[in-house]
Design a protein around this ligand. Structure first.
Ligand SMILES: Cc1cc2nc3c(=O)[nH]c(=O)nc-3n(C[C@H](O)[C@H](O)[C@H](O)COP(=O)(O)OP(=O)(O)OC[C@H]3O[C@@H](n4cnc5c(N)ncnc54)[C@H](O)[C@@H]3O)c2cc1C
Length: 472
C-alpha cells in the first residue's frame, strides 16, 4: 500500500480519540471452539489508533519492551497506511512479532510503559503489531534476506521461541542451522503449551515453514542427551545453542497427588489443544466434571479456559495469594471469568481427598490472609486458624509451574554449570562455561515469557557470531 503523504500523527490525537481494543468474540461463542478470541482491527481503525501515538523523543514503550522494539517508528508508518513498511521495521528487532503481539502481556510491558498510561488510555500497541504483521504475511511481504553461506554449522537444541529465534538470526548471518527437537512436532510451548485460543497453531507453523524454506533444518523426535549425545554436537558443529526450556512440572507437594483424576497441566493442555495426533497422550475426560485448578499463573488460566471448552461442569481456580499478587495476565484473567471460570483467592490447598475408590473427591483448603510486608515489600500469606473447608472436585489440574528437566548423569550436560534451582548459568553473551555452548530462554531463566526467550536467543546468536569470528 502506498504511504499517505500527509503526516497522520499529532500530539493531540490521543485526546480526541479513545483507545480501542480489537473486536472480541462473545464468551458464549468462543467456549464452543479453540479458535482465537480476538479478531484484528480494520485498516482504518489501525491508522487511527496508531496516530494516537504522540511520538515521544525518548519512547518509554520501547524501554518497556524486552526487545526494544522501535514502536513509535512503526506506529508512524502504520498511521500513514504503510503497513508493510511498519511490519518490516517491527521484524528488524523481533523474530516472532506475529506471536509476541498475540501472547505478550503488553499490559505489563510496552503498554504500561507508554507515557499515556498516566491518563489511563495507552496506545493499543499489541493489537497494531498483530495487524501489521498479519497484513505483511497476507500480502506475501515477509521477505527473508540471508547472507551467503559462511561454511559454519550451528546446532540448536529445542524449537520453542528461543530455538526458532536463534535459528532465524544465525540463518540470516549465513550459518547452516540444524534444530534438534525431542517432540514429534516443532514449536515448543508455542504449540504444546499455549492454547490455540491465544495463539492458533497455523501462525507458528507458518513461521517454521518460512525458516525451513530458508535453509534451517529440523530434526524432530531427536532428544539431545538421549538420542544424540551433546558431545557429538560439540564435535560436529561449530557452536551449540541450548533452548530446551524448563518443562518439568512442579509437584503440588500435598497428600492425595497420586489419586486418579489428578493431572499435570501440560499433558492436559497438549492433549486438548495441540491439535496433532502425533503427541499421542491419554485423553482426559472433562465432560460434566467439577474441575479444580491449582495455581495462579498463565498455565492455570489456560487450564481453566480449556476445561470450560472441554465441557466441564465447573472450573475453579484455587490460589493462595490475592488478586493483586497473582502472576497470571490480567487480560487472560478477565477472559477466563467471562468464559465462566471461578477464582478463589487467598485459598491454599492442603490435601486432595479420596472418594474411597482411589479417585479425587475434593480439595481440602485453608483460607489465607496477607501479613505485614517483609524487607522486600512482599506481604507474606499465612493460614487463618480454623478456616478449613472442602472444594468438591473430580478432576484436579496441577499448574504450579515448571523446573528444568534433569539430564542423564552420564551425559556431557552435567558439565554445564547450573544455579541452585537448576537453571543454566551464562555470561553476558549467553555463553555457558563450556566454550561454544550458549543457552537462553526458560532453560536459563526458569518459566518466563516468549519475548524473553526471543531476546536471549538474539543475544546468543550475536554471541555465537562474535565467538566464531574470534576463533576463525
Ligand atoms: C501453558 C503455558 C502458557 C503460557 N502462556 C504464555 C503467554 O501467554 N505469554 C508468554 O509470553 N509466555 C507464555 N508462556 C511461557 C512461554 O511459553 C515460555 O516462556 C517460552 O515458550 C520459553 O521458550 P523456550 O524456547 O525457552 O522453551 P520451550 O518453549 O519450552 O521450548 C523448548 C523445546 O525444547 C525441546 N527440548 C527439551 N529438551 C530437549 C532435548 N534434550 N533435546 C531436544 N529438544 C529438547 C522441548 O520439547 C521444547 O520443544 C506459557 C507457558 C505455558 C506452559
Amino acid at each position: 500500500m502506498p504511504s499517505d503523504p500527509t503526516p497522520s500523527t499529532s500530539k493531540y490525537n490521543w485526546a480526541l480519540l479513545g483507545r480501542e481494543t480489537p473486536p472480541k468474540r462473545s464468551a458464549a461463542e468462543r467456549v464452543q471452539d479453540y479458535r482465537e478470541v480476538y479478531a484484528t482491527f480494520d485498516e482504518e481503525t489501525v491508522r487511527e489508533q496508531a496516530a494516537r501515538c504522540i511520538q515521544c523523543p525518548e519512547p518509554l514503550c520501547a524501554k518497556g519492551c524486552p526487545l526494544a522494539n522501535r514502536i513509535p517508528e512503526w506506529l508512524a508508518l502504520a498511521a500513514a497506511g504503510d503497513f508493510i513498511g511498519a511490519a518490516a521495521l517491527s521484524r528488524s528487532t523481533s523474530n516472532l512479532p506475529e506471536v509476541c503481539s498475540r501472547v505478550c502481556p503488553q499490559e505489563r510491558l510496552c503498554e504500561t510503559s507508554c507515557i499515556l498510561s498516566a491518563k489511563g488510555d495507552t496506545i493499543a500497541i499489541g493489537a497494531i503489531e498483530r495487524f501489521i504483521n498479519d497484513y505483511a504475511f497476507r500480502h506475501g511481504a515477509v521477505d527473508y534476506v540471508t547472507a551467503p553461506p559462511n561454511g559454519r554449522r550451528v546446532a540448536v537444541i529445542g524449537s520453542g521461541p528461543g530455538g526458532l529465534a536463534c535459528a532465524d538470526e544465525l540463518a540470516k548471518l549465513g550459518y547452516h542451522v540444524t534444530v534438534f527437537e525431542a517432540q514429534p512436532v516443532p514449536g515448543g510451548l508455542l504449540v504444546n503449551g499455549i492454547p490455540a485460543f491465544k495463539l492458533e497453531k497455523c501462525i507458528v507453523e507458518r513461521r517454521i515453514d518460512l525458516l525451513a524454506k530458508n535453509g534451517v533444518e529440523f530434526r524432530l523426535g531427536q532428544q539431545v542427551g538421549r538420542d544424540v549425545p551433546l558431545a557429538d554436537l560439540r564435535r560436529d558443529y561449530d557452536a551449540v545453542f541450548l533452548g530446551h526450556g524448563a518443562q518439568k512440572a512442579k509437584s503440588a507437594c500435598i497428600p492425595g497427588e497420586q489419586l486418579t483424576g489428578v493431572v499435570a497441566a501440560l499433558p492436559f493442555l497438549i492433549e486438548k489443544n495441540a491439535g496433532s495426533p502425533l503427541f499421542d497422550l491419554p485423553a482426559v475426560d472433562v465432560t460434566g466434571r467439577h474441575v479444580v485448578v491449582l495455581g495462579g499463573g498463565d498455565t492455570a488460566m489456560d487450564c481453566l479456559r480449556t476445561a470450560v471448552r472441554a465441557a466441564a461442569r465447573s472450573a475453579v481456580c484455587l490460589y493462595r495469594r490475592d488478586f493483586a499478587n497473582m502472576p497470571g495476565s490480567r487480560k487472560e484473567y478477565e477472559n477466563a471469568v467471562e468464559e465462566g471460570a471461578e477464582f478463589q483467592f487467598l485459598t491454599n490447598p492442603t490435601a486432595i481427598l479420596d472418594n474411597g475408590q482411589g479417585a479425587v473427591a475434593g480439595v481440602r483448603c485453608v483460607r489465607m490472609e496477607l501479613g505485614a510486608p517483609d524487607a522486600f515489600g512482599r506481604r507474606l500469606s499465612r493460614a487463618v486458624p480454623g478456616s478449613e473447608f472442602v472444594v468438591p472436585a473430580d478432576l484436579v489440574l496441577v499448574a504450579y509451574g515448571f523446573d528444568p528437566v534433569s539430564f542423564p548423569a552420564d551425559s556431557e550436560f552435567v558439565q554445564i554449570e547450573t544455579n541452585e534451582w537448576g537453571g543454566i548459568v551464562t555470561d553476558e553473551n549467553q555463553m555457558t562455561n563450556l566454550p561454544g555452548v550458549f543457552a537462553g530462554g526458560d532453560s536459563v531463566r526458569g518459566p518466563s515469557l516468549v519475548v524473553h526467550a526471543v531476546r536471549d536467543a538474539r543475544k546468543a546468536a550475536q554471541g555465537i557470531h562474535r565467538h566464531l569470528e574470534s576463533v576463525r
